[in-house]
Design a protein around this ligand. Structure first.
Ligand SMILES: C[S@@+](CC[C@H](N)C(=O)[O-])C[C@H]1O[C@@H](n2cnc3c(N)ncnc32)[C@H](O)[C@@H]1O
Length: 240
């Protein structure tokens, strides 16, 4: 992982820059020392981010068939901003695995697939006549593989009604999803995580809890509001 400064850099007029300003972000919906939530289209925002500034992309794009194009956004825009050896983890619908792997060809190396198990959940979801009890999470890396024999296992059980409790957002993931990956793949205290499809802010919440930084981008203003309120409530709870 590359060295990053902890304190702000001196900007053009000697002003101390915030950590997210150093990355090229000029406008945020909410920002503090750990988290920066941006209301916008991830293509525009990721294009503004400094090269090689992100240590982990952890995300969950909308994955019904009609949103298949969102995986192009990941494959086309994220590699430039990732550091060497950084990982990109994305949840994907089972049906879309072949086409998503195709979109990443020549952009990032495919590393492995994780089983996000919902075996104890309420299995309301049926797809192509199959009762679905796990979600695939694809793992891509930039240039180099993270080292360490056995440092990660390729499956985990999500909590919260098998990951099907949607208190804040209809597509919300349980925090155990983000905890598993942040804990293993963003192991430096100063690591910066990017979630280009933030939704209700699960990745931001977990990044803060585990002492990492997070840039979260969300297209819908309402979801930015939900993510910010959820995040601030969690901070208030933690400081009681
Ligand atoms: C599956 S949800 C993410 C849920 C999130 N993991 C959570 O736990 O709440 C995907 C989100 O991506 C957002 N989205 C869709 N297209 C986008 C784009 N081009 N840029 C940024 N966000 C986008 C949607 O509004 C939606 O909130």
């Amino acid at each position: 992982m590359e060295e990053k400064s902890q304190e702000g850099l001196k900007g053009e007029y000697g002003m101390t820059m915030k950590w997210y300003e150093e990355l090229g972000i000029t406008d945020s919906y909410y920002a503090d020392d750990s988290v920066c939530i941006i209301h916008g289209d991830c293509r525009d925002v990721v294009s503004q981010l400094s090269e090689k500034s992100i240590d982990l992309v952890l995300t969950d794009p909308p994955y019904p068939r009609e949103f298949g194009y969102t995986y192009n956004y990941l494959a086309d825009y994220c590699p430039r901003v990732m550091t060497r050896g950084a990982s990109l983890i994305t949840i994907v619908g089972h049906y879309a695995i072949p086409e998503v792997l195709d979109k990443f060809k020549g952009k990032l190396k495919y590393r492995w697939m994780f089983c996000m198990a919902q075996f104890d959940g309420i299995h309301a979801r049926m797809a192509m006549g199959i009762e679905v009890v796990w979600k695939p999470c694809l793992w891509f890396v930039k240039e180099a593989y993270p080292q360490g024999r056995g440092f990660i296992v390729d499956g985990f059980q999500v909590n919260g009604k098998g990951g099907q409790e949607k208190k804040n957002h209809k597509w919300e993931q349980d925090t155990s999803w983000a905890k598993f990956f942040v804990g293993k793949l963003a192991r430096g205290d100063n690591d910066i995580i990017l979630d280009p499809f933030l939704g209700s802010g699960t990745t931001a919440l977990v990044a803060r809890e585990l002492g990492r930084k997070c840039i979260g981008i969300e297209l819908e203003e309402k979801s930015c509001e939900i993510a910010t309120i959820r995040y601030l409530k969690a901070q208030a709870e933690a400081s009681k």
